[in-house]
Design a binder for this molecule. Sequence first.
Ligand code: ST9
Ligand code: ZN
Ligand code: ZN
Length: 340
Amino acid sequence: MAPNLTSSPTGVLFEDDIVETVAVPSVEPKNHDSKPPQKYRRQIVWRNVMLFVYLHVAAVYGAYLMLTSAKIITTVWAILLYQAGGLGITAGAHRLWAHRAYKAKWPLRLILVIFNTLAFQNHVCEWARDHRVHHKFSETDADPHNATRGFFFSHMGWLLVRKHPDVKVKGKAIDMSDLEADPLLKFQKKYYLILMPILCFVIPTFVPVYLWSETWSNAWFVVAMFRYAFTLNMTWLVNSAAHIWGTRPYDKYINPAENLGVAVFALGEGWHNYHHVFPWDYKTAELGNYRANLTTAFIDFFSRIGWAYDLKTVPLSMVQRRVERTGDGSHEVWGWGDKD
Ligand code: ST9
Ligand code: ZN
Ligand code: ZN
């Protein structure tokens, strides 16, 4: 269903008529063959298991080096890369590309594609396809990180096994033509195996060694390994912790929850009950006052200089109706007066 957009005086778009909870383009699944549904057998991908074990052991050593021998500026560099990579996921892959919650001019899209590549969470088309499938078939076998299969599966286990056949069959229902036609994303996808290692591992390691004489081992374990593993785990918490723990002020019938801890470390993506109910809101949260939501501040900044536009949000009346209809009663803790 095409959303009915109306413009507010602030340039923010409201979607008045949307009642469904998924705002991603989709088409009906085609019945590709007449075979009965395949029975699912878990198939571990040992290459991934070994790589993730190495990454996490190296990251723990990196955390130790960070606390004992790395220069402070090396830690600052690691934090900056975590924030940049994080924004490439939150403001880029998630809000801009997977949900089309706002539009961006090419300089901002270029920044986001660079930030996204240094986060190494697969190229945007793959990330957004899995994420659109996650919203459309949430907590079913077709959800790539189906949280009903437990904390570990939804956190990182889903990257260690072959996908459930339903993910692939039902995933074909998702229209990805908008992203597949984007030249910047085509470029990222085509050269991902060259660009990603350079941006995620090589530059992060070389900069501290050449610019402030850090040791190779501190640069590799702190900035490459610890920073990458930390960013990944903060992202994965949205799929695991924020699908289990927290309040459900907008819809008590779904598992995604409002989780402040996750919101802080995932740059504003922990307000997951709201996000699953109103996925087209560029804030991925009800409140517009940057409460644990660095990504919203980032998008608002670029909106002020004109590089981000057509920001979509949800009118207060629609949120209020939904809270009254399906909320768990926790909403009044912050009241209606706080909304920008
Ligand atoms: C990573 C991603 O970590 C993390 C995503 C997290 C998402 C979080 C969302 C929460 C909200 C946002 C919060 C952001 C917070 C950020 C905070 C930052 C501080 N639909 O995949 P394959 C088909 S990545 C339709 O190989 P297998 C398709 O034909 C980490 N079709 O499946 C495909 O071929 P192609 C680094 C689909 O063989 C074919 O199947 N990366 C779909 O079962 C094969 O696909 C890694 O570790 C679909 N959804 O293998 C890589 N999916 O692609 C890990 C598949 O050519 N991945 N098809 O069209 C792998 O090794 C493999 O994918 C696998 C599954 C082993 C997991
Ligand atoms: Zn979710
Ligand atoms: Zn989403």
